[in-house]
Design a protein around this ligand. Structure first.
Ligand code: NAI
Length: 290
């Protein structure tokens, strides 16, 4: 398959990441089916998309006609079969849990056309850990978007040993077609490029905070004013979701058994309190209007 043959795409999981990835694909003309098990999440995704398109029209970035065309391209469903059976390309964006992802990929493998590529948006898990749950490991790769996906340019594509040249190339070109900036990793490594770098900063920030060396606000302010980062590690953690950070750490610990990979105490506390960041109205900071 070459990139021009991709007409139908499926995005599985319509949460923080999936709803924006689906919107992006629909705006770029792909017949997009966005699936989630949670009806409310799908309703929220639809409301978001309508509001987003209205804003694009009001601000002159899209014409009325283009917005209508994009709106007609996005379909939401709770039915995996409906989403995946017609898909040339699938992007999975469900919870960051290896066993759940493996089960999903095994199901999708049975439903998707033989030529379809199955990509995962996982933040951390390399696709070789998922690919062997399918009969097409050469067509399973990482395609890692950043949050918020409609805004952030970068997408990491990972060409693990099991991934064919064709799959990596098509994934890379699809990213270019939807106006993003792909980078190719020639070997698998957990966390890819950016999350490995960010993880070091985040762990250091947790440590500085837990040692009482500076406040959350001042640690964030130091990164913004001293490093030129658009936001500090705690603010970024609220955007990404503390639940995801917690799950990533526990999943990593499960695979390494190394106590340094365990989540920091302050993160465990927030997680236990259900303070996941912007999505719950409170994380390291509070968000009364979200
Ligand atoms: P989320 O928790 O906001 O959304 C996950 C969605 O998946 C939920 O709506 C849930 O109902 C749905 N879901 C769970 N199991 C499902 C299944 N079997 N079939 C269909 N839907 C299912 O999670 P978020 O933050 O969007 O993350 C999704 C993926 O994207 C994860 O792998 C994460 O590592 C990755 N990612 C997250 C980023 C972030 O900043 N939050 C950034 C880049 C990647």
């Amino acid at each position: 398959m070459n990139v021009e043959q991709i007409k139908n795409v499926a995005v599985i999981g319509a949460g923080n990441m999936g709803h924006q990835i689906a919107a992006l694909l629909a705006i770029h003309g792909y017949e997009t089916r966005c699936m989630d098990t949670d009806r409310k999440v799908l309703e929220k995704a639809e409301t978001f998309f309508t509001g987003y398109l209205d804003k694009q029209v009001n601000e002159g970035r899209l014409s009325e006609k283009e917005a209508q065309k994009a709106a007609a391209k996005l379909h939401v469903t709770q039915d995996l079969e409906k989403a995946v059976v017609p898909a040339d390309f699938v992007i999975e964006a469900i919870v960051e849990m290896l066993d759940v992802k493996r089960k999903l990929f095994s199901k999708m493998d049975k439903l998707a056309p033989k030529h379809a590529i199955l990509a995962t948006n996982s933040s951390y898990i390399v696709s070789s850990k998922i690919a062997d749950a399918t009969s097409r490991p050469d067509k399973v790769c990482n395609m890692h978007f950043f949050n918020p996906a409609l805004v952030m340019k970068l997408v990491e594509v990972v060409k693990g040993e099991h991934v064919s040249e064709e799959t990596a190339e098509v994934a890379y070109q699809l990213i270019e077609k939807i106006g993003k900036k792909p980078v190719m990793l020639n070997k698998e490594v957990e966390g890819f490029l950016i999350n490995r770098i960010v993880r070091v900063i985040r762990f250091e920030a947790y440590w500085l905070h837990e040692m009482g060396i500076a406040s959350i606000e001042d640690i964030d302010s130091a990164c913004v004013h001293g490093l030129g980062h658009p936001m500090g590690p705690f603010r970024l953690n609220d955007l990404v979701g503390l639940d995801l950070t917690y799950t990533m750490a526990t999943e990593k610990f499960k695979s390494t058994g190394n106590p340094v990979d365990l989540p920091y105490t302050s993160l465990v506390k927030k997680y236990a309190q259900g303070k996941f960041g912007r999505k719950t109205g409170e994380g390291w900071y509070t968000y009364p209007n979200e």
